[in-house]
Each structure stands twice: as C-alpha cells, then as structure tokens.
Design a binder for this molecule. Sequence first.
Ligand SMILES: Nc1ncnc2c1ncn2[C@@H]1O[C@H](COP(=O)(O)OP(=O)(O)OP(=O)(O)O)[C@@H](O)[C@H]1O
Ligand SMILES: [Mg+2]
Length: 347
Amino acid sequence: MHSNEFKLYLGELKYPNIDRSLADLKLLGEIKVENSIANIELLTTSDESYLAVKKLIEESCGTQFGALNITKKNTQVKKDMNYGHSANPNNRAKYAKNVIAVTSGKGGVGKSTVSVNIAIALAQKGYRVGILDADVYGPNIPRLTNTESERIQWNDEDKIVPAENFGIKIMSVALTTPAADTPLVWRSSVAINALIQFLEDVAWGELDFMVIDMPPGTGDVQLTIAQELPIAAAVLVTTPQTVATDDVSRAVMMFKDIHVKMAGIVENMSFFIAPDTKNRYDIFGTGGGEKIAQKYDIPFLGAIPLDMQIREASDKGEPPVARGDESVKKYYRDIVENIIKNSDFTL
Ligand SMILES: Nc1ncnc2c1ncn2[C@@H]1O[C@H](COP(=O)(O)OP(=O)(O)OP(=O)(O)O)[C@@H](O)[C@H]1O
Ligand SMILES: [Mg+2]
C-alpha cells in the first residue's frame, strides 16, 4: 500500500465507540509507508486517546506490514476560527460572548437540570443568558422552565422569538412541535439543521452566556455543536454510579480530541440527606467525581445531592435555584462560581 492510499484507509476507521472517523476528527498526522514499515503520526491530545487509536490501528491492519511505528505528536491544534466574517463556519453564535456546553457520556444523569439551574444562576448574577436545548430527540428544557405551553413566534425581521422565563431566553424544538410531547423521529441531518437554525435564526439579542443542554452521548449533535461554536467551557455531568464507567472517560476524551476546553466535572445525585434526620448517606460511595477529575486533570466543580425537592420542583417547572431552599440554591451557585473561576470567559 502506498502512503496516500494508506492514509485514506486510516482516515475511514471509526474512533472507538464514536460514530466519527479518524479523518473527521483530524487525528492523523504524517503517514509514510516505506519498505513494508508504516510510520503513523497521531495528533491526539491525551494518552488515553493515543492508546485507543493505536490499538484500533494495530488491530485493523497490524498484520499487513512488517512493522507499525505509531507515534504521538504532541499538539494543541487550534480550531479554524475566523472571527469577524459573516459566513463564519466556526462561530454561528456571534451574539453570545461565551458558550457553555453541559454534557455527559450518559443519559439521565441530570444534564438538563444542571443546565437550567446554572443558566438561571448566571442570570441572577446579572448576566444576559440564553439556553439552547440541543437535545433534539428528547427536549425537556421547556418543561423544566415552565414554558411548555408556549409556541414560537416570528418577529418583524423574520427571526424566531425565544421563550423567556426566570430571566433567561429559551429555545427548544419542543416549542416548535404541535404539542410539547410530539415524538420526534428525525434523521440526524434534520436534527442538526434545526439546531443550526436555532443558532442563526433566533432573536437571542446580545448574550453574555449561551448555555447548551446537550443530548446524552458522544454523537453527531455533540460534534456539530463543537464544530459550529467556540465552546468556552464544557461542563461534564456525572453521577457516582457512572463515574466508574467508560462513558465519562469517552466524553472527556472526545472533548480533548476535538480541542474543547473542559471547565470541569459536576457530580450530580451525589449523596442523600435524609429529610427527617438530616443524616448524610453516601449511597453510591464518595469521591468518584473528584477521582475522575484528578485522573483527567480537569477541575471538580462540585457535588449536588440526590434531593426530592430538586426532582419535584424541576418536574413542576420551578427550577430549584429560583424557587428552592437557600441550601439547594447554594449548590448551583457555587458550581457557577467554580465554572467562572476555571474558565477564561469574555465578560
Ligand atoms: N440532584 C437531583 N436530585 C434528585 N433528582 C434529580 C437531581 N438531578 C436531576 N434529577 C432528576 O433526574 C431526572 C433526570 O434528570 P435530567 O432530565 O436533568 O437528566 P438528563 O441527563 O438531562 O437526562 P437525558 O439524558 O434524558 O437528557 C429528572 O427527573 C430530574 O428531575
Ligand atoms: Mg436532558
């Protein structure tokens, strides 16, 4: 095989557990085949992803060469950003000074709840905040913000007017469907078009922060958001049970590989305080979130307990940081302070 041909072959390989190729993720550096020895340079940013990609390549074509020489080039490849250009492909939200993406490798860990409450906590500090529900298949920001019955309207400039409550602007596909619970069976290209429209055709006004509630996993939507927007801070939500699993690591590795800055990890549903006795129970053990933060050298932003008040209030569209007890508000407000402390925001 010739070098170029081999590079194309490698480019098609799928990154382990992520539906994206090595070429898409721009992980391949110089590739040379000489005298049946293949020299492959990888542009990974973490040891974990270097090892994962190395193993993938060895398993897929190790036997075809006399030797595989897979090296790692330590890079901090900059995203192709081209500010100040109207057709800028890498910043579709120029009206937002900072984009915060709330994400996790797994579903049901509390991303949406965390997104809403940190967005409101930022607004309570006086910032102009919008929240974009990027969970196009299971949108629930409208329910959490009590805007479920609203439907989108267009203004005179033909822009979509976002919903607004608790001092934040809100956009979600759930506001565009005939009923809030209309099932969405979309191809991923359609879902992505809808998201791009929400970034470009919504009258967000000037925002200090755009908070994005990401869908679970590490798929197309996550990558699109990372490619179309300069994310200033990715906030990774996990629960103590999922800390030990591969999902968290996968999400961390994906963000490192696509060069998104991680603000840190939030451990949600962390411990339980019995309402009657006030005793604390560490149902799922302690310190998991901190351990994973240490392992990947990213900040630990705080722990939020498993609390009935949080669930009940959220289900009623009364975000705990706006309507809850002081003790509950403090969890989210402290996390916001830590996010600000650990990020390089433009304010
Ligand atoms: N700290 C908490 N204590 C109690 N319940 C919580 C807490 N955080 C979230 N919940 C509840 O857990 C459920 C899942 O939360 P949420 O919808 O925010 O998760 P998610 O990660 O966004 O889920 P999905 O992956 O489906 O988008 C909700 O019913 C929510 O009210
Ligand atoms: Mg969600």
